[in-house]
Design a protein around this ligand. Structure first.
Ligand SMILES: NC(=O)c1ccc[n+]([C@@H]2O[C@H](COP(=O)([O-])OP(=O)(O)OC[C@H]3O[C@@H](n4cnc5c(N)ncnc54)[C@H](O)[C@@H]3O)[C@@H](O)[C@H]2O)c1
Length: 353
């Protein structure tokens, strides 16, 4: 991050859906920088409650519950405040937002493309309803910046190697449609209200304590368990893999920097890499790794680089983690955790995200 940018201690932030993968990492960094953080989360979507009561594609629920417990341990140790809340409830959201926040991050959603497609009503309920509730409140509060988490999937199948924020969107699937609708609603609401917002489009995130089982996580867990990797994709397929710490830096800038006002940013590492380069990095730790590539079966579009030039120029965004460094750090976290707590993965299912 540009060294001239510093947060003021005592500023207040609310993270709706903040117990999730992105939210807890963001909260920990904000606390480290002296910001007061409240997390409002229902723990029912991709979280502790649904893992406890629903059948899931994975049999590794106990390990993922361990990751979720660890998030909470870290958050408690950092003195983050928790509000257990369902953001689909208009009244609950309005009550929480009676308190003044400098920045509100809206992270609640069904964060998987495949699950949003197969359960569109669930995606609407946990994505669109919280969005409507938050926008209704914050359109009257210009001193609070709303940061909205969109997605690289709004661009649809890439027709060229790289895109920037001025490129046309052609959202692919229910998940992308909802994200894009949110962007458009923010823009239109801003025309006729005082809404103070910033939009962030991340891409292919990876990092510690993620339970979303995207390709980087599944490859790592299968390599760790001595299983063959099966990639249901195009062997030339590329993604703009972004380590969670780089996204966190960009989210803080989008929330607090004056230049974030009513702007939309690709917050990415900014250099798409072949998905199969994950395998090369894994082989340094698991030399006997086998790989099979099968016919493409993905819920997400074919993508490439999301250029981050605008975020660099307007916000001073400076991503630090190339794939070799970020993925190696993530691999070492699994190895270390396994030594400390033991981990045996049973799952045989493969990614289609
Ligand atoms: N992880 C990625 O690769 C990625 C990429 C682009 C965009 N995003 C977006 O960023 C946001 C956060 O993603 P994530 O990876 O942290 O997801 P996540 O699933 O780990 O976290 C989402 C959190 O929201 C909470 N939540 C869901 N519905 C809720 C509701 N109705 N009320 C209260 N809490 C609710 C869940 O309990 C969970 O803790 C999502 O909007 C996602 O679509 C994620």
């Amino acid at each position: 991050m540009n060294s001239s940018f510093a947060l003021k201690p005592g500023q207040k932030v609310l993270l709706i859906g903040g117990a999730g993968f992105i939210g807890h990492n963001l909260a920990l960094e904000l606390r480290r920088q002296g910001v007061d953080v409240d997390i409002a989360d229902g723990f029912r979507v991709n979280s502790l409650l649904n893992l406890s009561i629903q059948d899931d594609e994975t049999q590794d629920i106990d390990i993922y519950k361990g990751f979720l417990d660890e998030r909470l341990e870290l958050l408690r140790a950092s003195s983050t405040e928790f509000i257990i809340s369902n953001a689909t409830d208009r009244y609950e959201v309005s009550k929480i937002l009676e308190k003044h926040y400098d920045v509100v991050y809206l992270l609640a959603a069904v964060s998987h493309a495949s699950r949003s497609n197969s359960d569109p009503v669930g995606a609407l309920q946990n994505g669109l309803l919280p969005f409507v509730n938050v926008v209704s409140e914050l359109s009257k509060k210009p001193n609070t910046r709303l940061v909205y988490l969109s997605s690289s999937t709004v661009y649809g199948h890439f027709t060229k190697d790289s895109v920037d924020e001025s490129d046309t969107c052609n959202p692919y699937g229910m998940y992308a449609v909802l994200k894009h609708v949110g962007e458009k609603i923010l823009f239109e609401t801003g025309q006729n209200s005082e809404l103070n917002y910033s939009v962030v489009r991340p891409s292919a995130l990876y990092g510690e304590r993620c339970i979303s089982r995207r390709v980087s996580q599944i490859f790592l867990e299968n390599a760790f368990s001595g299983r063959k990797l099966v990639f249901k994709g195009d062997k030339e397929e590329k993604l703009d893999f972004t380590y969670i710490q780089d996204l966190v830096q960009g989210l803080i800038l989008a929330g607090f920097h004056e230049n974030g006002y009513r702007e939309l940013f690709n917050i990415t590492f900014g250099n798409a890499r072949s998905v199969l380069s994950l395998v090369d990095i894994l082989r340094e730790y698991f030399p006997k790794l086998e790989l099979e590539v099968t016919e493409r079966d993905q819920a997400t579009p074919l993508r490439g680089t999301l250029l981050n030039t605008k975020a660099k120029k307007l916000l001073g965004f400076e991503p630090q983690w190339c794939l070799e460094d970020g993925y190696a750090s993530y691999i070492r976290w699994y190895l270390q955790r396994s030594k400390e707590r033991g981990m045996v993965f049973n799952t045989i299912s493969q990614t289609n995200e």
